[in-house]
Design a protein around this ligand. Sequence first.
Ligand code: ATR
Length: 277
Amino acid sequence: MGKLYGLIGHPVGHSMSPIMHNCEFRELGFSDHYQAFDLSPEQLEDGVEAMKMLDVQGFNVTIPHKVAIMPLLDEVEQEALEIGAVNTVYKSGGKFIGTNTDGRGYLMSLLSVIGESSLQEKSILVIGAGGAARAVAVSICRSGVASLTIANRTIEKAEELSSVCSKYAKTDAISLSEAETTLSSFDIVINTTSIGMSPHLNHTPLKLDHMKTGTVLSDLIYNPLETQWLKEGKQRGAVVDNGVSMFVEQGALAFEKWTDVAPNRQRMRRTVLKELG
Ligand code: ATR
């Protein structure tokens, strides 16, 4: 019999992870299965125990459990501790170990979009300072960049994230309006906020008047595939990328961690795009 993997979250009904992983298992000839489990916050502790009893070999963790699961695991890796969230759990020596593939997944997808092996020379702006921003900023800084700037509506949250990352890179926290006026100084601008998602499809996280041509604009949103912000960026000569690449790569890194086999990223991407219609 194949091994069991899964996803815990609340809700999980709309997640594309089961289709993406099960398609890879099938195509690669594995008899393994990936199952979504809807667990309310009250059920989380018992749920993690149930995963052990069911001999689940690894699972993804999504909203609202990414932070709350940390004390329930046997170990949490350093990068996930710095991000302050776990999105992937794997089994090693009978223990459940928490890791985070969101930030590294984002980093890998960004490198492939810009066709380079490092961000060392780039001037990077992250918009937002919530959970998604933490994963992106921590992993980018750990990869070895010279500097990273974080812009957020609530400047105190940007300052806090900036201080977490400052052990790896020179970091700075600025307001959204300062980010708008200094936009031409950045090579890569990343939107980690939900601005641009339904029901605010016409809203954009940052005005692009001062953006230079050739800037990479990256939006973590993948539904819609092209946000108003990316549309405007494209019209102004930006290189744009949506959140599909990160979603695929965070899943691919989890798949590799669980199985020691590299999945077919292009096929995973096609599966996700088909699901998104
Ligand atoms: P996630 O886990 O998806 O990152 P989050 O932790 O709730 O979600 O963070 C949401 C981020 O989007 C925050 O940076 C938030 O800014 P604040 O820290 O000021 O709240 C930002 N955000 C959400 N709605 C926004 C809006 N209408 N204008 C500006 N920033 C917004």
